[in-house]
Design a protein around this ligand. Structure first.
Ligand code: GDP
Length: 522
């Protein structure tokens, strides 16, 4: 193993964010192939191949052919150790998806050139923005007819509010896709051209020297004009602004045909940050410090139904993990030995002996961990900042199917809530259970786990999407509760209203200007 500092500085830990179908799986496969982490493309997820990446997925996942929770893939390329944290590419969100973004140092945002910016991209982007991490954009599917590239850049600014710097620019697209004009490497990369002639160098004036067939094509001229426009009126390249997440470098390409992916990866690795310092209650933990520390950002249950195991995913924030080391769980002050560790490669689990800041550790968990927990070695206590909560949007009423089995119902619900799998509320007076989630899938996972882990069948009745708003102070006039503004309390007893929609919220605030409402998750 190289020196500890070199090891840490070689880490690049990121997640790919996108709307379903933009090409995340395809791009991930290609990236992994460059690193030689998998033998053949098509094994990342079972969606298309029928073969599942990690050994056992949950039943729900099998039925729906999706990946419920994100896993971790590691590979090496050009002297860097890359950790990709997968976020489920499905319509359904879970809080896991958001929390995974808490454990990365940068993000790659994939956009389908024909569709532009879509709903899920916006949501995930916001979380990355909140953290101020660098965001790299890959505009995909240039082998198909898409929207004009300038229009796509305008969307980045208008919808997401982020400025962009195109690192390269497409020359044509779809049937007439000729390649990309690489502003950064000052070369043209030709599409579907044999290896030897693939790259054409550019001269001082930014044009191809001599006579190359591409120069005869009107699309080449058009691309040059657009580049000129970008040079004059576009944003300036700024490494500093990439680093603080206010400027996104944009790459065009086609994941499916593996075009522009290597260029993207190599440039990404130049600008993506190594592990960053992480805030604690008392300052920032330096990733290069020797003391081991990390936090739990997700807990995945039942990966193997036969063993009923859970895995707590830990982002290492400083120091080095060694199998068998002793750590303290900050929440309880309890000491424990880390012996059962696992790391996820593309298609099998392997045991990790050593890992450093930036790496993700999977620890077998028997109910010890909660989401957001800090663990550390040595005597100096560490407590990382709380993970943000995400505003739940969907709500269901939940009860035990069998009234004789209240005990297991309560036990299960309380543990799952503590673990951070779902949010729990009670109606103000009647104390009925209401669950809140950011995506429908979370309810299904909840139902499944209640049955399988706590032997409790539940009845869930949707009350639809709501806008939760907390009330300042601890008391509130309960006569204000109605079906359009349902008064409930959270698990700490704090009052909040679940508004039926924006209109109900506005009506309420107009009518009761004296009641101060807030959303702690914003
Ligand atoms: P995900 O849902 O974001 O993981 O998207 P996938 O990687 O599963 O891709 C969705 C669909 O788009 C699949 O049918 C892919 O084959 C296709 N696709 C992905 N990348 C490209 C591309 O560069 N060009 C074209 N034409 N299709 C692509």
């Amino acid at each position: 193993m190289a020196g500890f500092e070199d090891e840490v500085l070689s880490r690049r830990t990121f997640a790919i964010i996108s709307h379903p179908d933009a090409g995340k799986t395809t791009l991930t496969e290609k990236l992994l192939l460059f690193g030689g982490a998998i033998r053949a493309a098509g094994t990342v997820k079972g969606k298309k191949t029928g073969k599942f990446a990690t050994s056992d997925w949950m039943e729900i996942e099998k039925q729906r052919g999706i990946s419920v929770t994100s896993s971790v893939m590691q590979f090496e390329y050009a002297g860097k150790r890359i950790n990709i944290l997968d976020t489920p590419g499905h319509q359904d969100f879970s809080e896991d998806t958001y929390r995974t973004l808490m454990a990365v140092d940068s993000a790659v945002m994939i956009i389908d050139a024909a569709k532009g910016i879509e709903a899920q991209t916006i949501k995930l982007f916001k979380v990355c923005r909140m953290r101020g991490i660098p965001i790299f954009t890959f505009i995909n599917k240039l082998d198909r007819q898409g929207r004009p590239p300038l229009e796509l850049l305008a969307e980045l600014e208008e919808i997401l509010g982020i400025e962009s710097y195109p690192m390269n620019w497409p020359i044509g697209m779809g049937k007439e896709f000729l390649g990309i004009y690489d502003r950064y490497h000052r070369r043209i990369e030709q599409f579907r051209v044999e290896e030897g002639d693939r790259f054409l160098a550019l001269n001082e004036a930014g044009e191809v020297e001599g006579d190359a067939p591409i120069k005869e094509n009107a699309l080449y001229g058009q691309a040059l004009e657009e580049i000129m426009l970008l040079d004059e009126a576009g944003n300036e390249f700024s490494e500093k602004r990439i680093a603080n997440g206010t400027l996104t470098p944009v790459f065009f390409g086609s994941a499916l045909t593996n075009f522009g992916v290597q260029t993207f990866l190599e440039t990404y690795l130049q600008f993506a940050p190594p592990p960053q310092g992480r805030k604690t209650d008392e300052g920032v933990v330096d990733p290069l410090s020797e003391q081991f520390s990390g936090f739990v950002f997700k807990i995945q249950a039942n990966m193997n139904p036969a063993h009923r195991d859970r895995i707590a995913f830990i982002r290492i924030c400083s120091g080095k993990f060694e199998r068998g080391m002793s750590v303290t769980l900050a929440r309880t002050g309890k000491q424990m030995k880390l012996s059962q560790s696992t790391q996820f490669l593309a298609d099998d689990r392997s045991t990790v002996e050593e890992a450093v800041s930036g790496d993700i550790l999977g620890l077998y968990d028997t109910g010890t961990y909660q989401i957001g927990d800090t663990i550390f070695s040595g005597k100096q206590p560490v407590q990382f900042e709380k993970l943000p909560q995400f505003t739940p949007e969907l709500f269901v009423k939940v009860s035990a199917k069998n009234v004789m089995k209240q005990k297991s119902f309560h036990k299960g619900i309380n543990q799952l809530v503590q673990e951070g799998a779902i949010q729990l509320y009670r109606t103000w007076h009647t104390e009925d259970y209401i669950l809140g989630a950011v995506g429908q899938l979370q309810f299904e996972v909840f139902e499944h786990r209640m049955k399988n882990e706590y032997n409790s069948d539940v009845v869930m009745e949707s009350i639809g999407s709501k806008i939760p708003r907390w009330v300042e102070g601890d008391t509130v006039d309960e006569s204000l509760s109605s079906s359009r503004s349902l008064l409930v309390k959270d698990r700490f007893g704090k009052p909040l209203f679940l508004f039926e929609n924006d209109f109900a919220l506005r009506w309420f605030t107009d009518k009761h200007p004296d009641i101060k409402l807030y959303n702690p998750m914003n």
